[in-house]
Design a protein around this ligand. Structure first.
Ligand code: HEM
Length: 558
């Protein structure tokens, strides 16, 4: 009996020793791997630093990790990363155009661009690819490689396929759909005005922009402003569960529920889109070719263009059902359009209302322009727009207001992958780009005081003056939709959409932020402004106004 005891004891002890040794070996391998990766991550920055390239004080072990905490301390906890980077640029010399940033292991190697000439070089003069780091951001939203993240011939083919759906003429032809959805939005604003309640403007606007992009993409009404729609709800849920690169809270970053919820949302979106694809394909097969270019007023919605592209590859012998590969591809593109098409537009609508409410003189000019173009009877505006959609192109001041909102509060930015044979020229310095993710920081470029006069002021007039006027926008300074081949495919829709919204709302309502009231209801000691701005931008898909833009709306004159 005692022998059994000893052998068991020895066996158990050996087992624990084995376990301990394995643990130590794994830990040592992990540490060695971490050191190896760290060394290779820091090495290029060491060279750049020694060569005097623009960057904050760099440390061989910590890189730039210690630069950010003092800045983050001065900002609200949820502010978007670009705010911290812009502030960082103010803290060292030689930083008015670009600077390198080494944030490993919390971030990828960055070359941050803050000046128009360098942005032009990055996106227009060189044909640089979209880098891999964009993929994890888009994966939960689109479900795979998509028009935004693709490169090379795959991207060229897809872009050429979808371009016709976003031409100025075709988008203007969507006026009746846009007015229809906007009238629902206006009715919801009326209900809020009657109810005299505090509400989130961003929230109701997001559902509205989803309904617009739903029509443009799927050729069918989602009606998510008024009722539950599985696709729209899953997309909004996916955005709200999205984890951003700058998320430091480990409980949010590694929330075990996230993959489950995102998987379920993905499945809901794919199932919905798959059914729409099947339905539309059957209509194509059985009907006169609804999306056919030979049919007058043919639809060029994203879904129809995708199916047309598929059919054109079938050599006059279309199969009875869509192939699984095509369906997978189309689902991904459609999900991307639904996300990109609603998220940033909503934010811009909120900021347009916000800036107008802070600048009564601009609001007065805007209303005068609408009175002049549509007449003083505001009940007729929608019908006038339906009868003469072209009138929407006769609103120069309205367009200037929207551009100024986009300049001051850009909802997105751009990124390109650097290359060993590409250097950017900044004054007399050559900036190597190899191994860097070149981040064109629209916030910083569009407020760069070296190029823009009165950069932080809301001045719609700058979009209406002659080139000799000091206020005139600098070349390449307005990048909100980027320039060059990878520019935003949806920009015409954005302008049309927001112009219609303003035309149908500003003369009926006074829309004001209610941040003071919100802060009274949600007291906290935390910092709540960025450069004195309470409606600062946070990452939530694209950049959105903090706290969903709490707001109150009243009928004008009440
Ligand atoms: C205020 C609203 C919007 C802003 C600020 C915005 C901004 C941008 C920017 C900056 C890019 C280029 C990114 C880069 O170069 O890395 C882009 C690309 C893109 N946008 Fe938008 N966008 C808006 C609305 C829309 C809408 C309404 C749609 C859909 C109809 C859309 C669909 C896309 C797509 C598909 C791309 C990728 C294009 C390509 O690479 O070929 N966006 N957007």
């Amino acid at each position: 009996m005692s022998t059994t005891f000893v052998s068991r004891y020895l066996t158990t002890s050996t087992y624990y020793q084995y376990l301990l040794a394995t643990g130590i070996a794994i830990w040592a391998t992990g540490v060695a791997y971490f050191v190896y990766k760290g060394y290779h991550a820091r090495k290029p920055f060491g060279k750049l630093y020694s060569a005097g390239m623009p960057m904050p004080e760099w440390h061989p072990i910590l890189g730039h990790l210690m630069c950010l905490p003092p800045i983050l301390k001065t900002l609200p906890g949820n502010t978007q990363q670009p705010e911290a980077f812009t502030k960082l640029a103010d803290r060292f010399d030689n930083s008015d155009g670009a600077f390198y940033l080494d944030l490993w292991p919390f971030g990828n190697p960055l070359l941050v661009i803050t000046s128009p000439p360098l942005a032009i070089q990055s996106c227009q003069q060189h044909d640089l690819v979209k880098p891999h780091v964009l993929k994890p951001f888009f994966e939960p939203l689109a479900g795979g490689d998509n028009l935004f993240t693709m490169n090379g011939s795959e991207w060229r083919r897809s872009r050429a396929l979808f371009n016709p759906g976003f031409s100025a003429n075709y988008i203007l032809g969507q006026m009746s759909h846009i007015v229809k959805e906007t009238l629902v939005y206006v009715e919801i604003l009326r209900e809020h005005a009657r109810g005299e309640k505090l509400f989130s403007l961003d929230e109701i606007t997001l559902w509205f922009t989803l309904d617009i992009i739903g029509v443009v993409t799927l050729n069918s009404r989602l009606q998510s402003q008024r009722q539950y729609n599985p696709l729209a709800s899953a997309m909004r849920s996916q955005v709200s569960w999205h984890c951003f690169d700058d998320e430091l809270n480990p409980f949010i970053r590694w929330n075990p529920m996230r993959p489950i919820v995102q998987w379920r949302n993905s499945r809901t979106m794919d199932t919905y889109i798959s059914a729409e694809l099947e339905k539309r394909y059957a209509e194509f097969l059985n009907g006169p070719g609804l999306g056919s270019p030979f049919v007058k007023n043919a639809s060029r919605s994203v879904i129809d263009l995708a199916i047309e592209g598929y059919m054109s590859q079938q050599q006059n012998n279309p199969p009875k059902t869509l192939s699984p590969e095509f369906k997978r591809w189309a689902q991904t593109q459609i999900r991307l359009f639904l996300f990109a098409g609603h998220d940033s537009t909503s934010s811009t609508i909120c900021y347009s209302f916000y800036l107008l409410s802070k600048h009564p003189d601009a609001m007065e000019k805007l209303r005068a322009e609408h009175d002049h173009v549509f007449g003083k009877d505001i009940t007729k505006t929608a019908d006038i727009l339906l009868e003469q959609p072209n009138l929407i192109n006769q609103l120069p001041y309205t367009l200037a207001v929207i551009k100024e909102a986009l300049r001051l509060f850009p909802a997105a930015s751009a990124m390109r992958g650097g290359r060993s044979d590409v250097e950017l020229y900044h004054e007399d310095i050559k900036l190597p780009t190899e191994g860097m993710n070149i981040w064109i920081l629209h916030n910083a470029v569009q407020r760069n005081t070296k190029y823009w006069k009165r950069a932080d002021e809301f001045l719609p007039e700058r979009w209406l003056v002659d080139a000799e006027d000091p206020l005139y926008p600098p070349k390449g300074g307005f990048r909100v939709f980027e320039h060059g081949p990878r520019n935003c495919i949806g920009q015409t829709l954005v302008y049309l959409d927001i112009k219609v919204v303003l035309a149908l709302t500003v003369r009926e309502f006074d829309i004001r932020d209610a941040y003071k009231e919100w802060d009274r209801l949600h007291p906290s000691e935390h910092i709540k402004t960025v450069n004195g701005e309470r409606a600062y931008q946070i990452s939530q898909g694209g950049a959105h106004p903090a706290d969903g833009f709490p707001c109150r709306v009243r009928f004008r004159g009440e």
